[in-house]
Ligand binder design. Structure first.
Ligand code: PMP
Length: 359
């Protein structure tokens, strides 16, 4: 039977790998594979969501005006500078649609967030990757010197998913000075709330100096709304307007809009949970280093074990532990492990203690 042929790029793209779910039978696994918060929603947010769900027969506010205003206030910018979408990954795809296409190059460090090469190729642009340095950090001088006349957009990820370190202000400024202003620079701060490295570039502050900068942020991580899909970009009015042209109409549900506003109202309480995760991140990283693992600077809600060709074996051993732990393997590179609740982290530390091939 003849069936319609998709665009050739569709067959060649790597698949976006979802977090492992674990076996249906056997002990309940600890899920440390998707950089989610281990804590469920606050009762105040559940009640707002319940209320908003009563309107599910209606289309939501297409402009998501109230949540956009709340985000703008939270960031200290104007609503015209904010674009919301169904998760920051959707917003990123709209940024790429607005600014890149066939013949353009999109540059990013590698390894970094696995969606970057997929979304780049979907718009017909070509990914250009620059290896991370020996400390799993962005090599910004190498990225700046790889810029050419086809470079249209550069993705920076701080903290870098999956390796953990942030981009520092001084290296960022040097980089921005070297990159032409005709190149759009997207700073992905998905894990920004977890950062405690004081030298890290602050995207909002940097926006005031760089008209070609776009920030990408999400409610999925620190705010614990991964399942509701709400992310946003912050940029100049002009860039924001161009990105808004590409958004899928009504893609942020009324429930997600209400939950976003309620989360910002409950910011203090939610950020207390972030403090717990940060403290646990220090505890886990120290314990693993003591066991003999090499753990790069961890500034997100995860740690990175760059075990290279040992990746699949390590992930399989964790999944097969007495209390199974689901981690995220990146074949050939390493294993990313989300920081969970203190009890989950105890189980993780115990499972890694006996592993023979520590790297
Ligand atoms: N950026 C980075 C660096 C991420 O790790 C993720 C999620 N894993 C995202 C963006 C997308 O998050 P979401 O679509 O849930 O907002």
């Amino acid at each position: 039977m003849t069936t319609p042929a998709p665009r050739p790029v569709i067959a060649s793209l790597p698949r976006y790998v979802p977090g492992a779910r674990g076996a249906a039978d056997g002990p309940e696994p600890i899920k440390l594979s998707s950089n989610e918060m281990p804590y469920g929603p606050l009762p105040s947010i559940v009640s707002v969501v319940e209320q908003a769900s009563g309107e599910m027969h209606r289309y939501p506010d297409m402009m998501a005006s109230d949540v956009t205003e709340a985000i703008a206030k939270h960031c200290g910018v104007r609503p015209a500078q904010v674009v919301t979408g169904g998760g920051s990954v959707a917003v990123l795809s709209h940024i790429l649609q607005a600014y890149t296409g066939l013949g353009d190059e999109v540059m990013f460090a590698w390894r970094s967030f696995e969606a970057y090469p997929i979304l780049t190729q979907l718009v017909g642009a070509s990914p250009v990757t620059v290896p991370l340095d020996s400390e799993s950090r962005h090599d910004l001088p190498a990225m700046a010197s790889a810029v050419n006349e086809r470079t249209k957009l550069i993705m920076l990820c701080s903290p870098n998913n999956p390796t953990g370190p942030t981009i520092h202000l001084d290296e960022f400024e040097e980089f921005m000075a070297a990159v032409p202003q005709t190149v759009l620079v997207v700073l992905d701060e998905a894990y920004g709330e977890f950062v405690r490295d004081a030298d890290t570039v602050d995207g909002i502050e940097a926006l005031t100096r760089h008209p070609n900068l776009v920030l990408l942020r999400t409610f999925s991580k620190a705010y614990g709304l991964a399942g509701l899909r709400l992310g946003y970009a912050v940029a100049s009015d002009e860039i924001a307007a161009n990105v808004r042209t590409c958004v899928t109409p009504f893609s942020v549900s009324g429930v997600a809009q209400a939950a976003g506003i309620a989360s910002l109202d409950a910011k203090e309480e939610l950020l207390e949970r972030v403090e717990i995760i940060v403290a646990e991140r220090h505890r886990v990283a120290d314990a693993l280093r003591e066991q003999g693992w090499t753990v790069p600077d961890a500034q997100g809600n995860f740690v990175w074990l760059g075990v290279r060709e040992g990746t699949e074996a390590l992930a399989a051993a964790m999944a097969g532990a007495a209390r199974p732990v689901l981690v995220r393997p990146f074949v050939g590179h390493g294993v990313r492990i989300t920081i969970g609740s203190p009890e989950e982290n105890d189980a993780l530390i115990a499972a890694l203690a006996d592993y023979p091939d520590k790297a």
